[in-house]
Design a protein around this ligand. Structure first.
Ligand code: AR6
Length: 210
């Protein structure tokens, strides 16, 4: 299938900001934050973020889609990483994918005893986003697309997950003045309408028009 570049997506107006769900698309934040509903394996951002599990050895959902599209070298690299803690992330090359790097983040299982023991699911989900941004920045990535971590098999409600994701990204961008310039675009890539609707509702609240 055809590989969609961000430029194509903007031109086709498939990729927001392109309409009134993200008013003032030229403001500092709205020019930087995008929403899209698509298969994340088609995106040519510098990095994409996978919703992995702590083994990093693949699975279903977006993890399965990413491994299928990247090819077997991705699993070979993941095997060398010795897993990953929940709330953390690790980075690999992207092989047959159109992006340059894959960041494998391990989200929490919603309302699970293990998440509670580790400080709560919200803290763990937020740290997936900030750790992924740290890794992207360290690797020189200037654009990153996140899947809606934990909102599938791991049972995180869409609205709560979107709010945590948006807050974590905003906090990370604002933590250091140079970051907003270095990370040119952050894409929230949803797959199901319920997740897209949650982002459409919440983004304007956290990234208001200037
Ligand atoms: N592109 C973008 N998003 C997708 C795609 C895709 N191709 N496919 C699904 N999604 P999930 P989790 C969305 O279940 O909840 C795996 O087996 C999906 O609609 O993939 O973090 C791992 O190995 C949802 O919004 O991940 C773990 O064992 C989001 O991706 C476990 O599932 C995440 O859903 C992780 O569970």
């Amino acid at each position: 299938s055809e590989i969609a570049t961000l430029a194509d997506l903007y031109a086709s107006q498939t990729l927001h900001p392109s309409n009134d769900t993200l008013p003032n698309a030229t403001s500092k934040y709205n020019a930087q934050i995008s929403l899209i509903r698509t298969d994340i394996t088609t995106l040519a951002t510098d990095a994409i973020v996978n919703a992995a599990n702590d083994s990093l050895l693949g699975g279903g959902g977006v993890d399965g889609a990413i491994h299928r599209a990247a090819g077997p070298n991705l699993l070979r690299d993941c095997r060398r990483l010795n897993g990953c803690d929940t709330g953390d992330a690790k980075i690999t090359d992207a092989y047959r994918l159109p992006c340059k790097k894959v960041i494998h983040a391990v989200g929490p299982i919603y309302d699970s005893a293990s998440a509670r023991r580790a400080g709560g699911h919200e803290k763990l989900l937020a740290s997936c986003y900030t750790r992924s941004l740290d890794l992207a920045e360290e690797s020189g990535c200037r654009s990153i697309a996140f899947s809606a971590l934990s909102t599938g098999v791991y049972g995180y409600p869409s609205g709560e997950a979107a709010e945590t994701a948006i807050k974590a990204v905003k906090g990370w961008l604002e933590e250091d003045e140079g970051r907003a310039g270095r990370m040119e675009r952050v894409v929230f890539c949803s797959f199901l309408e319920k997740d897209e609707r949650a982002y459409e509702r919440l983004i304007p609240r956290f990234f208001p028009p200037a």
